[in-house]
Write a protein that binds this ligand. Structure first.
Ligand SMILES: C[S@@+](CC[C@H](N)C(=O)[O-])C[C@H]1O[C@@H](n2cnc3c(N)ncnc32)[C@H](O)[C@@H]1O
Length: 243
């Protein structure tokens, strides 16, 4: 059943229908973002994950959303858990159901499940609770470059969703440090340490991050995401691990 729904919502005709919906009812601002100068097309999430594991001798890995196991099956680590309600991994479950039952802790968590703000936010909060000391959380699909890349509901094959809004929300917290590596589809990194670069968006404590628009993102994405290159990404992990 889940497989069938998944096939339907990613079928060509369904996506075309949703993109028409966005055309008429979605945001009118549609400028595309140019690929940032620091973008490194040679870096793939799998190589990044394996390098982090080997450089910092990590022992346990959790992946939320595994799909065809393009990454999960090739992650080199002693202990790995992959959660997906439809395909891949080794736990057939939604992330919510998994987190409810799970009592294990992990050194590295890669969040790549449902790319919608509310779900990603839950996945992040739950992951922070089961992260080993000096553990790292990575989040895929943080850097959409067009309106449709990030529109909800999904209206095209290549789709990052509005994961970016959960990154902006984290950047406004002072108890976790968040940045986005400018490679792959934008790989977010959360380190459980004081944030020395808190993003100040509003004085209003009840600010609704979900309501940020694509136009807001277009105007500020570099600042919102705290975009960094590959070298800086590894420097930050190194400092965090030895501090
Ligand atoms: C983009 S794919 C993952 C790709 C994979 N991580 C990789 O790097 O190749 C997203 C996956 O998330 C899964 N997914 C959707 N909703 C989910 C949920 N609530 N919990 C966990 N996984 C979910 C989908 O079934 C899909 O396989």
């Amino acid at each position: 059943m889940k497989n069938k729904i998944n096939r339907l919502v990613t079928s060509k005709n369904y996506l075309r229908l949703i993109s028409f919906y966005h055309k008429f009812f979605g945001e009118k601002f549609r400028k595309e973002i140019s690929v940032p100068k620091i973008f490194d097309s040679k870096i793939h999430r799998l190589n990044l994950i394996n390098k982090i594991i080997s450089d910092f001798q990590l022992k346990s890995y959790l992946e939320i959303g595994c799909d065809q196991d393009e990454v999960f099956s090739k992650v080199n680590i002693e202990n790995k858990v992959g959660v997906d309600p439809v395909s891949g991994g080794n736990v057939r479950s939604t992330s919510d159901a998994f987190f409810k039952k799970n009592s294990d802790f992990f050194d590295l968590i890669f969040i790549d499940g449902l790319h919608e703000y509310s779900q990603v936010k839950k996945d992040i909060i739950n992951s922070l609770k089961i992260l080993n000391s000096k553990g790292i959380i990575l989040i895929h699909d943080c850097m959409p470059l067009s309106y449709l890349d990030q529109a909800i509901p999904r209206g095209q094959r290549k789709w990052n969703g509005d994961v970016w809004k959960s990154i902006v929300e984290l950047r406004a917290r002072n108890d976790v440090f968040t940045c986005v590596g400018c490679f792959d589809q934008g790989i977010g990194m959360i380190l459980k340490r004081k944030n020395d670069q808190v993003l100040k968006l509003s004085e209003d404590n009840n600010f609704i991050f979900k309501d940020l628009s694509y136009e807001n993102y277009y105007q500020n994405f570099d600042k919102y995401l705290n975009l960094i290159d590959h070298n800086k990404f590894f420097e930050l992990i190194k400092d965090y691990r030895i501090s």
